[in-house]
Design a protein around this ligand. Sequence first.
Ligand code: FUL
Length: 486
Amino acid sequence: MKNCLSLLFLLMIPGFLYSQEFRSSNVVRINPGDNPQDILKKAANVSPSERQASWQELEFTVFIHFGMNTFTNREWGMKGTAPALFNPSELDAEQWVKTAKMAGAKLLIMVAKHHDGFCLWPSKFTDYTVKNSPWKGGKGDVIAEVATACKKHRMKLGIYLSPWDINSPLYGTDEYNVHFRNQLTELLTLYGPVDEVWFDGACGEGPNGKRQVYDWLSYYKLIRTLQPQAVIAIMGPDVRWVGTESGYGRETEWSVVPVDKSTLDEIVVSSREMKMKEGVFMPPGDKTDQDLGSREKVLQAHGLIWYPAEVDVSIRPGWFYHCDQDSLVKSPETLMDIWYSSVGRNSVLLLNLPPDERGRIHANDVASLKKMRSVLDATFTNNLAKKANIVKTDSIILLDFSKTIIFDRVMLQENFRNGQKVESFAIETWNGNAWHEIIHGTTIGYKRLLRFDPVWSDKVRLRIISTRNVPEITLFGLYKAPSEKK
Ligand code: FUL
């Protein structure tokens, strides 16, 4: 009897260890014995961490690139540019926040230090800051002004701190990691809640330039300790760069992507070390690939993680303000196009609004945003599907209307907090004799938006063609966009 019990116990250990391996549902290991169906089921069950889910629901966020480059008319700064050049005449952080709010953004990411190393707050750890500029007699703090304005207008705050630092004499040494953590600590303790930390991967040091071995894990640990709700984006574990800076995300965008064995091991180790539910480790690999998460990729994976896409783009050609780009501000039509191709493709949009030398967002940018917002509101306020009688089966949602409706936009949402499942779908209308396809698509995820010429019908259906597990559609909306006034 005793032997039987110990045998049973021994048999149970591997299963026990396995289930303890990932206490979080945003990562899963694929075992050598898993068959394709098991793997797809696992893929469908990977779901976001709470911080990832709350971030996704923001939909639209803005970036503010402002700093030394605004005054030197550059995109990337140079070593030794005098702090004396930083002198905005009418800096108005509240105007930035109000503009973002008017456009519908829910979070504002402030560039606190760009690659040139100039700090927009009076950091104790360097002299290269606003403290040594003429602005406000050296008593100013841009980050404090932004944080106050965000608080006042209930806008979430994010921080961009460039890992690459052209100015710091420590860059390229181990001490730089300490310095970088000191600066992060200032930003994450002096200004209230921070909901996103954005680490840029860019480094323009040439072949003879300094090379920094970044201690990423130590940065992540610090952020998790000081601001546990903050997502760490781009060179980080929570949010993935979509792969371009054009504003256009992938047609097929999976939030669940494969990871290799060593990444899985790092995740387990970091989670144990930090005694946290989710481990922190940035998955390596090419983020620009067109196919990151297809069935083919998933079936060959060692593990899968929830790693959703962020689409970053500037409203102007440059990330910083240049007066010769005043006529090149993206039109409301282009912004709408970007909206459908980012928010409408299972991504979060991060739109950059660069203030000018005065420290204000230019009127042309404000005008474009205002128009974009009014078109979005006019399009998506009235969901025509609310008037329909709804009939659901496993793979079809039928909207049955008592009279003919006209629509030209569709909004779909999956219950993404439970995972992403749909691989392909079609929207069809009944023409009296048969179902007729209006448009088809691939992934849905958090949100999918579709545009087409107006159609008329009294019956419209969503047909799920292929899925990784039973789909959970939480929204099937139909809308009519306002007609363009010429
Ligand atoms: C890039 C940077 O080099 C640009 O200057 C800008 O900050 C953009 C958001 O990321 O990698």
